[in-house]
Design a protein. Sequence first.
Length: 165
Amino acid sequence: MTHSKLKAGEVAGTYHVTAPVTEADIISMAKRFARRRLAKGRKITQPSQAFEHLQLLLQDYEHEVFSVLFLDSQHRVIRFEEMFRGTIDAASVYPREVLKAALAYNAAAVILVHNHPSGDPKPSDADRRITQRLKEALGLMEIRVIDHVVVGSEGHVSFAELGIL
């Protein structure tokens, strides 16, 4: 898909499609906008602001992907990084590696996110355990875990909204 099929509208955030587009083109455009919304320097004032973008970026994988949104002390995005890839129903997550990355980026806070290829975003017991381990490891370095979001084609679930963080 080329940018020539999309032209900025007169009102900020609006666009005109200037040529026929396929469904794949539309999905590609949406993912590009989602990445832009999670780009360095963007402020995340409400974690829910990031949920749609995270869901769009991760829901189509056929395997689990565990990612981290690293934030500064003002909750501006430092980096969004896919850290671990797994199988259709599990991904090995290493708290040491997440902590190393958080320290390397000088992050003050993180939003954890992973997908469920099944489509059902309901957190598993393993999801709850790794969240607690990550919260403890990052907490030792005073890095806050703001949320852990599980995404799937059927929606997303926020640990913070469930009150289990």
